[in-house]
Design a protein around this ligand. Structure first.
Ligand SMILES: [Zn+2]
Length: 210
């Protein structure tokens, strides 16, 4: 059907921004962490844990900085004139980290994002920014997958969008059923990738999911 433009991620484009190490963590937040430390069975006053409440407070602001942004804004600057370009754009295996809303445990994985442009394309790193904007919140993997796809769909109005996320959940590997190494795969297909089985097969193959 269409030609293909696939590329692997260039790591430096997708590094998280610098954390704000000067942020003041309010006392009630620190007290909450101390309570949790005590609940684990440890002593929040022992030397190694003295600065932990402030560090945890700063870390959580960083893990969840996606709340402070509108991921769709990354797609506002588009290139309208693409010279008849009608190829699938695929960004493969973008590493990301998120946290599950049920246990606050880390979700680590990779996402592959594809779209078939209608009139407009974006700089390729913007797709990763959309992913991080939603990943840096408390999530469930299914919703993260759907939100990324819907954001691209709404903002670029392409012919099709496909998002596949493969991730491991700290709440599965470190507790409960304890199944290290088991990845969960979710996908969301919209437009031609949903409606047309040929397009779907092709895009999934491109994403390594054929
Ligand atoms: Zn969980």
């Amino acid at each position: 059907m269409h030609g293909i433009a696939a590329m692997n991620t260039m790591s430096h484009d997708f590094e998280p921004r610098e954390a704000d190490s000067n942020i003041v963590v309010p006392d009630d937040v620190q007290q909450a962490v101390r309570t949790l430390l005590r609940w684990t069975g440890d002593d929040p006053d022992r030397e190694g844990l003295i600065d932990t409440p402030a560090r945890v407070g700063r870390a959580w602001r960083e893990y969840c900085r996606g709340y402070a942004e509108d991921p769709g804004a990354h797609l506002s600057r588009t290139f309208a004139e693409v010279g008849g370009y009608d190829e699938v754009v695929v960004l493969r295996d973008i590493p990301f980290q998120s946290h599950c809303e049920h246990h606050l445990a880390a979700i680590t994985g990779t996402a592959s994002i594809a779209y078939l442009p209608r009139n407009r394309v974006v700089g390729i790193s913007k797709l990763a920014r959309v992913l991080h904007g939603y990943a840096q919140r408390l999530q469930v993997q299914e919703r993260l997958t759907a939100q990324v796809a819907q954001c691209i769909w709404d903002n670029l109005q392409p012919h099709g969008v496909a998002v596949v996320i493969d991730a491991q959940h700290g709440c599965m590997t470190g507790r409960g059923v304890r199944t290290p190494g088991v990845g969960m795969v979710t996908s969301r297909l919209l437009g031609c990738f949903l409606d047309d089985s040929g397009s779907r097969k092709e895009v999934l193959a491109l994403m390594g999911r054929g």
